[in-house]
Design a protein. Structure first.
Length: 645
């Protein structure tokens, strides 16, 4: 699209030629630069939010073209409305990067130019606001170049005349599904064509690359880092213009509550503190710690609250204290001052944990959800009105997902269409997944026409348990891998655990037909109550690997167990359960524990069915469920045993 064409206004789009009904589809990006490249929580959230706002600008322009009749199909009308009284412009991202609508026009190219112009204007608003805060601290020429070059905008359309116009023009008649499919194919073809521009660095050699996007240079002047620490930019952290627009959102947008992964991981510990007797040793020790910091550093740090229910989570993790000191300083601190304050705070935190013996968990759950068979469902839509109604139902689900995540003390990053991205504390993440899956199924049932003959779409959910020190771009990648794991069989929860210390990968995927939340919650309860130990869980895994190896080597051919292996595996699990009974029990205690193992633990192995390899694989899946549930108890109960770390 030529620059001069992009400057055309929307005032005279309608020419002398008779307008024709046209289905138009727009795609806005780049997704990678806006969402995937992130170090801090704010980067990830604002990248999603920014892409959503650009899509809203496109949809709003398309629905308000002067002199033209238009209808938006996707996103829903409710998603693009802005209510200034509720500051909805600053809520979470809820619009996907695809916009579809029907326009009565004789010049769809001019419509596309108008939409693109609106998208560019919205992007420039964010970029200008960030640059104003950074004036004198960034290379203006390089900033302008990167801001100008980043947007990806694709527009395709298909002429879809009404019956009368088709006869008049001798044009092929098409159903809505046919024209929608054709337009989607055009978009897929258009995206295979890439615009390659010649690389134009600010200097021939020596430009430091952005730490978040190696394809772009850093725009920060090297001698201005001391002035950027208050914006959460580390000393010598190289960032390009797009990354800086995301990082600066905390200071350029209206204030809104946005929980960091540190805040979310801290929730269980905070809950324990707020529900404890205030006279308890733990609460008193925490209060003493906070008040001592306030007394010592109030002249240089913003320690906003000393109330138990409103503590700053960063002050309870030694790996976040440096960040707190630089971002909450009341004035520019020298390197020596920063180090002195940080070391003093870390020393007092160590004293606190030595005294009370427990510290907050550093892990949290990151979830990504995606609807199953959505394309198949769309192909069944007979009219664009059906598609509009379906978009409204998806919009309702997106809004409900935000409420669910908030109720479970998490933070929603994105909720648009059938996609959800969020992170949650470990003590609530399983319940949140259950509620989201239930809400999605309910929304889909309501969205289907009464005469629908196709099944209700299901939801696949990927969850990864990660340490708060993991880069957010990497965490999103891990979450996507878990989602793809769930998508293999669809309608499943795939749960992955990525421990900071490394070790064997923990991965399992369970069908929602088998109620994975109830199953994992029950296994967690049995572990807490002492019905099985860590040794039992890992011995199950070892047992699975032994039988898997024996089957691979041809073991068992013609034996009495051939075809009855599932029964043998159940007996093996029972043998392990009794062998792993804790010592020191009285005879009544031992009998009581055995009875509970028989009635509560062993029935879980009745799910092992089938023959040979199927039965062995089911044992393997169940052993991973035991290990994962046990690990969640260990790292996700909110409190870590400080003395054993």
């Amino acid at each position: 699209m030529e620059p001069r064409e992009e400057q055309h206004s929307t005032e005279n789009l309608q020419t002398q030629t008779k307008p024709i009904r046209t289905l138009m589809l727009f795609s806005i990006g780049p997704v990678q630069e806006f969402i995937a490249q992130a170090r801090k929580t704010r980067d990830l959230w604002f990248g999603s939010y920014l892409l959503s706002e650009l899509s809203k600008a496109a949809a709003t322009t398309l629905s308000n073209l002067p002199g033209l009749s238009s209808e938006i199909i996707f996103p829903s009308a409710g998603q693009i409305k802005v209510n200034p009284d509720t500051a909805s412009a600053h809520k979470v991202a809820n619009v996907a990067n695809k916009v579809m609508g029907i326009v009565e026009t004789s010049d769809p190219k001019q419509v596309a130019i108008a939409v693109r112009t609106a998208v560019e204007k919205k992007w420039n608003e964010f970029a200008v606001a960030a640059e104003a805060k950074l004036e004198g601290k960034v290379n203006p020429g390089l900033w302008k170049k990167q801001v100008k070059d980043v947007l990806e905008f694709y527009a395709v359309w298909s002429i879809w005349p009404d019956v009368e116009t088709c006869e008049e023009l001798n044009f092929e008649k098409m159903t809505y599904d046919e024209v929608r499919s054709r337009t989607e194919e055009l978009m897929a073809a258009r995206k295979t064509l890439k615009d390659f521009r010649a690389h134009d660095p600010s200097r021939p050699y020596g430009d430091p690359k952005s730490s978040l996007d190696g394809g772009r240079e850093s725009v920060i002047w090297p001698d201005r880092y001391s002035e950027l620490s208050k914006y959460g930019i580390k000393n010598n952290e190289t960032l390009d213009a797009i990354s800086l627009v995301k990082r600066m959102s905390r200071h350029t947008m209206q204030k809104r509550e946005f929980k960091s992964v540190c805040d979310v991981a801290f929730q269980q510990y905070l809950q324990v503190l707020t529900t404890s007797d205030r006279s308890s040793e733990r609460v008193q020790a925490v209060l003493h710690y906070i008040h001592s910091l306030k007394k010592s550093y109030d002249d240089v740090l913003h320690i906003k609250s000393t109330a138990i229910g409103n503590l700053d989570s960063r002050l309870f993790y030694d790996n976040r204290i440096d960040e707190f000191v630089t971002e909450e300083a009341k004035r520019i601190l020298s390197i020596t001052e920063q180090e002195s304050i940080s070391e003093g705070t870390k020393f007092r935190l160590q004293q606190l944990y030595d005294k009370i013996g427990v510290k907050p968990s550093s892990y949290y759950g990151f979830i990504m959800c995606d609807g199953d068979h959505m394309g198949q469902l769309l192909r069944q839509m007979k009219t664009y009105k059906d598609h509009q109604q379906f978009s409204e139902s998806l919009s309702g689900f997106a809004a409900e997902a935000e409420v669910i995540i908030q109720r479970h003390e998490g933070q929603l990053v994105y909720s648009g269409g059938d996609d959800v991205m969020a992170y949650l504390p470990l003590h609530t993440c399983l319940d949140a997944v259950r509620d989201i899956q239930t809400a999605f199924i309910s929304a889909m049932r309501a969205a289907l026409p009464e005469d629908a003959t196709y099944p209700v779409p299901t939801l696949s959910v990927g969850m990864v348990i990660v340490h708060m020190l993991e880069m957010l771009g990497d965490v999103r990648r891990y979450g996507k891998a878990a989602e793809e794991h769930a998508k293999v069989n669809r309608n499943e929860l795939a749960l992955h655990i990525k421990k900071r210390s490394g070790g064997d990968a923990l991965k399992v995927s369970i069908s929602f037909d088998n109620d994975p939340i109830a199953l994992l919650s029950k296994i967690q309860r049995l572990h807490r109550e002492g019905l099985f130990s860590a040794g039992f869980a890992f011995d199950l895994r070892k047992l699975h690997r032994e039988y898997q190896s024996m089957l691979a080597s041809g073991w068992g051919a013609g034996t009495v167990y051939r075809g009855q292996l599932h029964k043998l595996l159940r007996q093996e699990a029972e043998r392990l359960a009794y062998r792993k009974l804790p010592g020191g029990l009285t005879e009544p205690q031992r009998k009581s524990l055995i009875e509970r193992i028989k009635s509560e633990l062993l029935p879980l192995f009745d799910s092992i069915q089938g023959v040979d390899l199927d039965a062995v694989n089911q044992l393997g899946n169940l052993s991973e469920q035991f290990i994962i549930a046990m690990t969640l108890v260990k790292v996700g109960e909110g409190l870590e045993d400080h003395h054993t770390n």
